[in-house]
Design a protein around this ligand. Structure first.
Ligand code: SF4
Length: 353
């Protein structure tokens, strides 16, 4: 549990006997100022001390490790939760904006072949508050370095759509309480069709990124095993429905693996589906990971990545080659949970200043 799991009615109960305006002050302190209770200077000292004793208001995130790369523009945290589950969160500062990549589950049950998280197995669902608190933590860190956090991507550990209700509640908090634009929130999925259909009916619009990685069933099932349950002939119509309902452009994520999914026929298959859905394609050079399992896949060469991108463009597909961030600290796509952490035992955000 996290203090960001508490509803306003729960916060009001903690403030029994106080003037009613204290609730708004506490809410603003948590969601606008990203404060610890003992930093709420608008509260009298006695109230701060009383609230500081309430374990419901403790941070849920204990920092185990903090690693930075790219001249400090990429920071990855390994957090331990109250039950010793561990998750990772990555903050990336670009020239014009800052993005946090957050986890939605501890571990992941989807077992994608090329993914470090998938090799580690599944531990549990995160609560809404544990998801939101990662964003708050990154927003506070961004502000401390003179930046403003403005984008959230659910591309850390876990399959967000396998924890759909809590993830959606977290999206509502991120938009309504933290004030980020819904169009700056991206949900990714390996293709859980029932939840794609649910998302199509949600009231405000976020971005949908589908981890495709292969555009024929045989190859896709070998890379993304959930394809057995939701093969392309089921997934593609669901995405058509989503696009028809929302008019939101879908993006396809495609991790390029040398000799596996980076040939010209692969590009033709992908282009056919992408054009049908008017989808954008993000190419991700496969990142190296450390696992105990025999793992022989290698990322495509930079030259092949560019050629593949050009082939897609010539076939009429909007294509971007994703800039790889944080490779040296295993913070790049598919690398989360790739290393055993070194313990340094700090609690966030108090210990992070
Ligand atoms: S790629 Fe995503 S869905 Fe697949 S195993 Fe990794 S975290 Fe899970």
């Amino acid at each position: 549990m996290s203090r960001y799991d508490l509803e306003d009615s729960d916060l009001a109960e903690l403030l029994v006997g106080e003037p009613s305006y204290r609730l708004k002050q506490l809410h603003d302190g948590l969601y606008q100022k990203f404060s610890e209770v003992d930093e709420l200077s608008v509260f009298p000292r006695a109230l701060r001390e009383r609230l500081s004793l309430r374990t419901e208001l403790d941070s849920a995130l204990e920092i185990v490790t903090e690693l930075s790369a790219d001249d400090g523009k990429t920071v990855k945290w390994l957090f331990r939760l109250h039950d010793s589950s561990e998750i990772e969160t990555v903050l990336m500062h670009y020239r014009d904006y800052s993005t946090v990549c957050i986890s939605s589950q501890a571990g992941c049950a989807m077992a994608c072949t090329f993914c470090a998280t998938g090799h580690g197995g599944y531990t549990r669902q995160l609560t809404t508050g544990e998801i939101v608190e990662q964003v708050v933590f990154a927003a506070r860190r961004s502000r401390e370095s003179g930046r403003r956090l403005d984008h959230v991507v659910f591309m850390g550990m876990g399959e967000p759509f396998a924890n759909f209700d809590r993830v959606w509640r977290a999206v509502e908090r991120i938009v309504n309480d933290l004030g980020l634009a819904s169009r700056h929130v991206t949900l990714s999925t390996v293709g859980l069709v029932p939840q794609i259909l649910l998302l199509a009916d949600k009231p405000f619009q976020v971005n949908l990124a589908v981890s495709l990685h292969a555009a024929n069933n045989e190859l896709r099932t070998s890379l993304v095993p959930i394809n057995r349950r939701y093969p392309l002939e089921v997934l593609v119509p669901a995405l058509e429905h989503y696009f028809a309902r929302t008019h939101r452009r879908i993006s396809f994520e495609w991790a390029l693996i040398a000799g596996v999914n980076d040939s010209s026929p692969d590009a033709i298959e992908l282009a056919s589906i992408a054009r049908q859905l008017r989808a954008h394609v993000n190419l991700i050079p496969l990142n190296p990971i450390q696992t105990d399992a025999p793992f022989s896949m290698e990322g495509s060469s930079p030259e092949r990545v560019e050629e593949f991108a050009d082939e897609l463009r010539e076939l009429g597909v909007n294509t971007t080659v994703r800039r790889t961030r944080g490779r040296s600290i295993d913070a790049a796509c598919g690398q989360l949970a790739a290393r055993t952490p070194i313990q340094i035992g700090r609690r966030a955000p108090k210990g992070s200043k």
